[in-house]
Design a protein around this ligand. Structure first.
Ligand code: SAM
Length: 260
């Protein structure tokens, strides 16, 4: 039976075979990989991935789509995790996971933050997202796309935008262009924030009011004088600060708080 795309689940199904081929090439699945696909939908990526893997894990929320997948694939080859990817415990599937998917765009930002919490369990992620979101993920300090998403994801991952996909590659066609992004977790030795939650707080405060200077956005949290000691001009806005400078601020706050 024909499946009617559900807007509330962000359903835009990939139909262009050339795009499917390029994404599977980018994922480059190998027999020994533990691959997890988020949102298999009608199986555009699922089928070619299964053709290359002995087993594939998928996480899908739509019961009608789950029923279709169950009819088509034996459970020892396609392991279906029924439910919300936002609540999924990726650590339960082991280590060095390859997570892939044409993500539901309506939940992409919270999903990326959820996945960042499992960075130690991941080997690599390859996702299709709205181009505008990918531009924000990979943006450098000083660019208009640079913000909380850039800093928090760049702290944990190396990220590369691989290629763009036009709306015509999907049914129904979305309103926006999409991009493929590869995310590789940084080694633990590169994660130099003493307290990652403090880093998240500094970044959230600094970007909370983008037009204001650090002196204002960080008022009551860290003094302008402390920023100057770190070689950071308190008259700057958050968008000028590199990742390492956010980490330096968070580490100084952590050190000041740890003082007896
Ligand atoms: N992979 C398919 C493709 O490329 O054609 C479908 C992609 S579609 C953009 C997003 C898929 O994610 C849909 O199958 C949708 O039902 C599923 N989905 C939406 N929200 C989800 C959630 N919270 N958890 C798991 N899957 C979800």
């Amino acid at each position: 039976m024909e499946h009617r795309a559900r807007k509330r689940f962000g359903q835009n199904f990939l139909t262009d075979p050339n795009t499917v081929r390029r994404i599977v090439e980018a994922i480059a699945p190998r027999q020994e990989d533990v691959v997890v696909e988020i949102g298999p939908g009608l199986g555009a990526l699922t089928e070619p991935l299964l053709a290359r893997l002995p087993r594939l894990h998928v996480i899908e929320i739509d019961r009608d789509l789950i029923a279709r997948l169950r009819e088509r694939h034996p459970p020892d080859r396609l392991v279906i995790h029924e439910g919300d990817a936002l609540a999924f415990d990726f650590a339960s599937l082991g280590e060095r996971l390859k997570v892939v998917g044409n993500l539901p765009y309506n939940i992409s930002t919270p999903l990326l933050f959820h996945l960042a919490g499992f960075a130690a369990q991941l080997r690599e992620m390859t996702f299709m997202l709205q181009k505008e979101v990918v531009m924000r993920m990979v943006a450098a300090a000083g660019s208009g796309d640079y913000g909380r998403l850039s800093v928090m994801l760049q702290y944990r991952f190396e990220m590369v935008r691989l290629f763009d996909v036009p709306p015509g590659a999907f049914r129904p066609a979305p309103k926006v262009t999409s991009s493929i992004v590869r995310m590789v977790p940084k080694p633990a030795s590169a994660l130099d924030a003493t307290d990652p939650e403090l880093l998240a707080e500094v970044v959230a405060r600094a970007f909370g009011q983008r037009r204001k200077t650090l002196r204002n956005t960080l008022k009551g949290f860290v003094d302008g004088g402390v920023l100057e000691e770190l070689g950071i001009d308190p008259g700057l806005r958050a968008e000028r600060l590199a990742l390492g400078e956010f980490v330096a601020i968070a580490n100084r706050v952590a050190a000041l708080r740890a003082r007896p």
